[in-house]
Design a protein around this ligand. Structure first.
Ligand code: ADP
Ligand code: MG
Length: 698
């Protein structure tokens, strides 16, 4: 049914719903889920407010109000009391005009909204809360639980707000309720104890009770995650290709010679295990698609090299792709050094490789003379051809888009074995959904002799103390990184910047040499500075996050992050991973302003509490949501998540994946007519509509 004909819609609104929400049919509309419910059945007391996540309603009256500031800075501050405590309600600029005349001190109001914790007053307050006279609202609610829908600015401007959506839903539901087709088999519903679709849609929009609402939401989450899993796993099944070219059974001279005569240390148990796992894939006769996760410093490069040697033993070439030129150079150097004298030829291809060098390189690749080619994405963009590319290793893949990866396919008769390495630990839920088609290997052990990095959090006022510490460390022969969020000063942002920072350190430490890298430098300059630091010719490296990924200078033992509040958890963890690579005690010092938001405090707390990348990744997912995590936008979920959350629905995800696996076990690509309902539903699920202008509260 076309949504236009639902009372309360009409052609103009239908157009808007289509453009803003991707809604065309009645079913599309019913899959626009509330993002929250306000519990109208109970009033909170001000003193009960203890987080920013719960929307609450409070009954009380106004004690007084004042308007502060002028123009854009103007705000209306209202003192509201529930009879016991008071709380501040705030309205800014334009809103003041129509709120203020309505406010009366003798009226009893119900306010509702999401409390915010003010970093200035250190108390909770409400910004632009909804405010109604007592009794006005409660009559039209459904047993206390009132649904709220996300609407865009444009929708709000044409009065298509949450109330309007609620009205449309209540008109629509009775019209279609009899004919909603179930999307999960009765077998699945029974075995997983799920509510049927009709009841679920009814209760997600008009919950008869909290319990039924939760059952409805569980079922809808299950459905969403189930189809994602079904899609991913089925696609993976369809991709499986068998070929003699994929068979790499030999462990030959290159591997053995390196293992027995050139390996500078013994492998950790975890390294041994993942090499075995990778080797099993490489022998199997089908294409490997494996994700290798291992925290910073866990020794992934060595694993990459050893499996490249296995490929070489089977007459196949390997390319290793790094996200930055610095890192590609570094891999090239480390690996060249390690394989010196083994007969393995390694080459480097980056943006700085000259045309003349390229010509020679192309020939050597075609003749099979080069065993391992290391490079940046220049490597895929360049029209290099290999004699037989058998293995592609992608380091820190979140910088490589899916499109770029697929270009690799053109470089060989068959897509090569793929090994994706990442030090940004991916929470399990995310790995299962975004990388659900990849097998996962984990290095969960650090090379021996590492001391855990000590992390402390300082505020900017403690910079003096920090300088003493830096000096002590350098006296001990160590080196120091200082990372800034900006390169150049920006008057609008109250942040420290690298250029001033460089001056600051030059002035404060005239006895030391200071070098600098940032993204706007020419690659050769960047490289020269990095080399100087790596050789120990300078003591302090002032940098931006270009040094975030993979750089290895074991003698550097102090990482200082200025304006640490500006960085996400994974980024901070990555930065911290630049130190702690040698035998010395290392330190990570997070500098922030005095005033911190609640989220920032949480981030600093987690960083100082743990070095465990997986815990940090989980916390990151909780704090930011999966959409923000590096890499997910690029690799993307196959379908948009409308109700399930990767941060909190891990259990449902496990069940949904299990259900999908059971179905595919008997019918790997869903050819069987009895599974036609799944195919049909997969076809109906459309790719996500990109939306950016969600209002916070509708
Ligand atoms: P990452 O996993 O972050 O890429 P690297 O591969 O850069 O880590 O390794 C970090 C450091 O650990 C390197 O200096 C490397 O030589 C060293 N290393 C790797 N494996 C071992 C091992 N088994 N024993 C001791 N040191 C090792
Ligand atoms: Mg690495």
């Amino acid at each position: 049914m076309d949504i236009t004909y639902v009372p309360g819609v009409g052609s103009k609104r239908a157009e808007m719903l289509k453009r803003e929400l991707g809604v065309q049919t009645a079913m599309d509309m019913l899959y626009i889920f509330p993002y929250k419910y306000i519990d109208r059945s109970r009033f909170y007391l001000i003193r009960e407010i203890d987080d920013e996540d719960t929307f609450v309603q409070i009954k009380g009256h106004i004690l007084g109000m004042e308007t502060i500031g002028v123009g854009k800075k103007e705000r209306l501050s209202v003192h509201f009391t529930d009879g016991y405590n008071t709380i501040e309600l705030l309205w800014f600029s334009a809103a003041i005009k129509y709120v203020k005349p309505k406010l009366k001190t003798e009226t009893t109001y119900v306010i509702f909204g999401r409390p915010t914790f003010s970093k200035y007053t250190h108390q909770y307050e409400f910004i632009h809360p909804d405010l109604e006279q007592e009794g006005v609202h409660n009559q039209e609610t459904y047993l206390g639980l009132e649904p709220y829908y996300n609407t865009s600015e444009k929708m709000k401007n044409s009065m298509l707000n949450t109330k309007a959506i609620r009205k449309i839903m209540s008109n629509l539901m009775p019209m279609v309720k009899q004919g909603i087709p179930e999307t999960l088999s009765s077998d699945l519903l029974r075995r997983y104890g799920l509510m049927n679709l009709t009841d679920s849609l009814q209760n997600v929009h008009f919950p008869a009770s909290n319990q039924l609402k939760e059952q409805a939401r569980s079922r809808l989450k299950f459905e969403e995650l189930f189809y994602i899993q079904l899609h991913i796993l089925r696609t993976a099944n369809r991709k499986i290709q068998y070929s003699e070219l994929y068979k790499m059974p030999r462990v030959g001279h290159y591997f053995n010679d390196f293992y027995y005569h050139h390996l500078p240390f013994s492998l950790t148990k975890a390294q041994q295990r993942v090499i075995k796992e990778i080797r099993a894939d490489m022998m199997s006769g089908q294409q490997m698609n494996r994700l290798l996760q291992g925290d910073v410093g866990s020794g992934k490069t060595l694993v990459a090299l050893m499996v490249a040697l296995l490929a070489a033993d089977n007459y196949a070439q390997t390319c290793i792709m790094a996200p930055t030129e610095i890192l590609a150079n570094q891999h090239f150097e480390t690996i060249s050094k390690m394989v010196a004298g083994t007969g393995i030829n390694v080459a480097l291809l980056t943006g700085s490789t000259t045309k003349k060098q390229r010509t020679i390189l192309h020939e050597r690749l075609m003749s099979g003379d080069i065993h391992i080619l290391i490079g940046t994405h220049a490597l895929i963009e360049d029209n290099v051809q290999f004699q037989h590319l058998g293995l592609a290793i992608i380091d820190e893949q979140h910088r490589f888009g899916v499109k770029q990866r697929s270009k690799l396919w053109e470089k060989a008769e068959l897509p090569p074995h793929i090994l994706v390495m990442t030090a940004t630990p991916i929470p399990r839920t995310l790995a299962m959904t975004v990388y659900g088609d990849l097998q996962v290997s984990v290095i969960d052990e650090m090379p021996p002799g590492r001391k855990p990095i000590m992390t402390v959090h300082y505020t900017i006022q403690q910079h003096g103390r920090l300088n003493t510490f830096i000096d002590q460390q350098i006296q001990l022969g160590r080196q120091v990184y200082v990372v800034y969020p900006l390169i150049t000063e920006n008057k609008k942002l109250e942040l420290l910047d690298l250029e001033n920072g460089y001056q600051y350190f030059c002035n404060n430490f005239p006895q030391y040499r200071i070098c600098m890298v940032h993204g706007q430098m020419r690659p050769q300059d960047k490289d020269a500075q990095m080399q100087m630091f790596a050789r120990g010719e300078c003591q302090i490296m002032v940098a931006t996050t270009v040094i975030e990924v993979g750089v290895n200078v074991p003698n550097a033992s102090v990482m200082i992050v200025e304006n640490a509040e500006r960085f996400g958890l994974s980024q901070l963890h990555q930065l911290r991973g630049r130190v702690g690579r040698g035998a010395d005690q290392s330190y990570c010092i997070l500098m922030t302003n005095q005033e911190l938001s609640k989220d920032t405090s949480k981030r600093m707390k987690i960083m100082t509490e743990t070095n465990d990348g997986f815990r940090i990744a989980e916390a990151d997912l909780q704090l930011r949501g999966p959409g923000d995590l590096e890499g997910t936008q690029q690799s993307g979920l196959p379908f948009e998540l409308r109700i399930a959350s990767l941060a909190s629905d891990g259990e449902i995800l496990n069940l949904a994946r299990q259900a999908a696996k059971e179905i595919l076990a008997n019918d790997p690509t869903l050819e069987n007519p009895q599974n036609i309902m799944y195919i049909n539903q997969l076809k109906r699920l459309r790719p996500r509509v990109e939306r950016t202008d969600w209002g916070e509260i509708s």
